[in-house]
Design a protein. Structure first.
Length: 315
């Protein structure tokens, strides 16, 4: 049984079928830059590849005046694209860079990563674990994302067809897309987007925090019921080990209606993520134990609406 559904979504926008596949591939491969909006997909991909080539030759030098080998920069970007949205180690990046044609020593990788962060090409998703009661320590290393999922696809030299043939990589690229959008919405409201994983491998893909308040989100490419059930169960299990309760829990998908499950976990289509930015709620309806305040807008806009904090749409 689905409750509190968003009935205003247009059929075919993020529903099952070819239109959904096309939407996900386009968003993942085209990119979110203003100059790429409404561009032909093939042209947008070429512009992303050209940006990475120009950055490897020019911008990475101007950031600190240190000349770097463009071939090694390109190989490292390829390794980062392959490992986007993961807790990839420098050792793994070293091995994967070799598969892109260049062997890079660990010291060089560290300096290149620092330069890419300063250029805002590489975005770390820092860990969170301050509320954990369990004795299993939380991971301290950050997840790594290229700043846009389309850059990850371009760095790997991949195509939309390649993503459809490799669901694991597609899932990582999709998580980077969700992380990118969440960061925009969160920063507009004074929040941070972090990640959680303990030493036993239990994790939350995105933890939105503000002060001591937090919310947990899992990101799933598939909206199949077993996938959603497992993600919701995992979120609830981790929550039970936390010292404080979350404002809300949610599973963000690429292909589903937006609704609230009977266990209180929200299921949100990625195309609905930004809808709540223009409206705020006093507190999370699930945790507060009272009905959602339903106005003219879909009720899933309670995301990031922590107590007393109204959401604004980022300009």
């Amino acid at each position: 049984m689905l409750i509190r559904t968003n009935r205003n979504r247009k059929a075919g926008w993020c529903g099952r079928g070819p239109s959904s596949d096309n939407l996900r591939r386009t968003h993942s491969c085209c990119g979110g830059g203003p100059g790429l909006v409404n561009r032909d997909l093939a042209l947008a991909q070429e512009l992303n590849r050209a940006y990475l080539r120009d950055m490897a030759v020019g911008e990475i030098v101007t950031v600190d005046g240190v000349r770097r080998d463009p071939r090694k920069v390109a190989a490292l970007l390829g390794a980062l694209g392959r490992n986007t949205a993961t807790y990839v180690s420098n050792r793994t990046l070293q091995l994967d860079s070799a598969e892109f044609g260049q062997r890079i020593d660990p010291t060089t990788i560290a300096t290149y990563l620092d330069a890419l962060e300063r250029l805002w090409v590489l975005t770390p998703q820092y860990p969170w674990g301050g509320h954990l009661r369990s004795k299993a320590p939380a991971r301290k290393a950050p997840k790594r994302h290229l700043a846009d999922p389309a850059l990850a696809v371009a760095a790997m030299g991949a195509t939309p067809a390649d993503l459809l043939q490799d669901h694991a990589t597609f899932g990582q690229v999709f998580e980077t897309l969700v992380f990118r959008d969440l960061c925009v919405y969160a920063q507009a409201n004074g929040c941070d987007v972090r990640a959680f994983q303990d030493s036993k491998g239990n994790e939350i893909d995105a933890v939105v925090t503000k002060g001591t308040q937090w919310a947990g989100l899992e990101v799933k490419l598939s909206a199949a019921p077993p996938v959603i059930d497992a993600a919701a169960a995992g979120l609830r299990a981790i929550t039970d080990r936390m010292a404080s309760r979350p404002r809300f829990l949610a599973v963000v998908t690429a292909d589903s209606p937006t609704y609230t499950r009977l266990d209180g976990v929200h299921v949100i289509a990625v195309t609905d993520l930004g809808d709540w930015c223009s409206i705020g709620f006093v507190a999370s309806p699930i945790i507060a134990g009272r009905p959602i305040r339903v106005g003219r807008r879909p009720n899933h806009r309670c995301l990031l609406a922590f107590a007393g904090i109204g959401c604004v749409h980022p300009s």
